[in-house]
Design a protein around this ligand. Structure first.
Ligand code: CP
Length: 315
């Protein structure tokens, strides 16, 4: 079993319930991972993913090896048949096969480069490991998806579930740097599995990949989208059509206390790290309705559920 995307979840409802059970007794399966090793390979920076996934593995009794691949590993070649007479020192064929001998599960973080849309959509690094590794692979955020994050988001929303069908709003917010679409993509895919009134709001031109958003509702008026919302999930992403570009940095899209007043006393969510007073004002993120720290805590239980399922599957 691999965990590459939200599509690997057979029943979101069931997985969320199982994760909440793990959260109650995180050390219950401490023996499951005995003598098993998780190898975590990072091609990009991380705080939450690195520590929560490591903690999840330790809760299961696993050994953990972490490698910051970009600074510590050989530069990899991903093209089959490449004549490697410049640049890359090692082919993914050998790298993935070798790491598979040291680890029982390989977890990979490799973001979008945001230069070549086709290359990012092909998920070169993640798919390279998936093709040549001989052990299960976990996506710790790839070019187009962050399924551990959105599983944690689903767990968090379940903890704050409303009596009525919730209105959930994914809102774009400005950011000084061009960011990938991975988090919103997986959030959209996860929301498509929920019984909710789900709305995506962003400036015109900032549409996500239509193959992912499918028939999810898009509202270009942020104030209108916020009306009666139960959850506000803020995130920046760079332009998908004008690939990787920042074509809008309008501060009117920042989530403010006035905008939150339009909602049904909504909870505020963000995957973190967050730029304060750019994405969201201090007043909102420091308010009682902000659940971003609890959301980050649930990253451990999302990762632990995934690792547990892989370990059980491998028995
Ligand atoms: N949300 C998230 O993935 O955080 P990190 O980038 O710090 O791992």
């Amino acid at each position: 079993m691999n965990y590459i995307s939200i599509q690997n979840i057979d029943s979101l409802n069931k997985w969320v319930k199982e994760a909440l059970k793990i959260k109650k007794k995180p050390l219950k399966n401490k023996k499951l991972g005995k003598n098993k090793t998780l190898g975590m390979l990072f091609f990009n920076s991380s705080l939450r993913t690195r520590l929560s996934t490591q903690k999840a593995a330790l809760n299961l009794g696993m050994n953990v090896m972490v490698m910051n691949f970009t600074s510590e590993g050989w530069t990899l070649e991903f093209e089959d048949g490449a004549i490697m007479n410049s640049g890359a020192s090692e082919h993914i064929k050998e790298a993935a096969a070798v790491v598979s001998q040291y680890c029982d599960i390989i977890a990979i973080r490799a973001f979008a480069g945001l230069v070549d849309k086709e290359k990012d959509n092909a998920e070169t690094v993640l798919m390279g490991f998936l093709k040549y590794a001989t052990v299960p692979v976990v996506n710790m955020e790839s070019a187009t998806g962050h399924p551990l994050q959105s599983l944690a988001d689903a767990i968090t929303m379940a903890e704050y579930k409303t009596e009525h069908k919730p209105k959930v709003v994914l809102t774009w917010a400005p950011h000084p740097k061009a960011l990938p679409q991975a988090v919103p993509n997986s959030f959209v895919e996860m929301m498509q599995l929920q019984d909710a009134d789900f709305v995506i709001t962003h400036p015109e031109g900032y549409e996500l990949n239509p193959e992912i958003t499918k028939d999810s509702k898009i509202e270009y008026d942020q104030d209108k989208a916020f009306e009666n919302a139960d959850f506000i999930y803020a995130k920046n992403w760079s332009n998908y059509k004008e690939y990787g570009k920042i074509t809008n940095s309008d501060p009117n899209w920042t989530v403010t206390a006035d905008k939150m007043k339009l909602t049904n006393n909504a909870k505020f969510m963000h995957c973190l790290p967050v730029r304060r007073n750019v994405i969201v004002t201090d007043e909102v993120i420091d308010s009682e309705n902000s659940i971003v720290i609890k959301q980050a805590n649930n990253r451990t239980y999302a990762a632990q559920l995934v690792l547990q399922k892989i370990l059980e599957n491998g028995k």
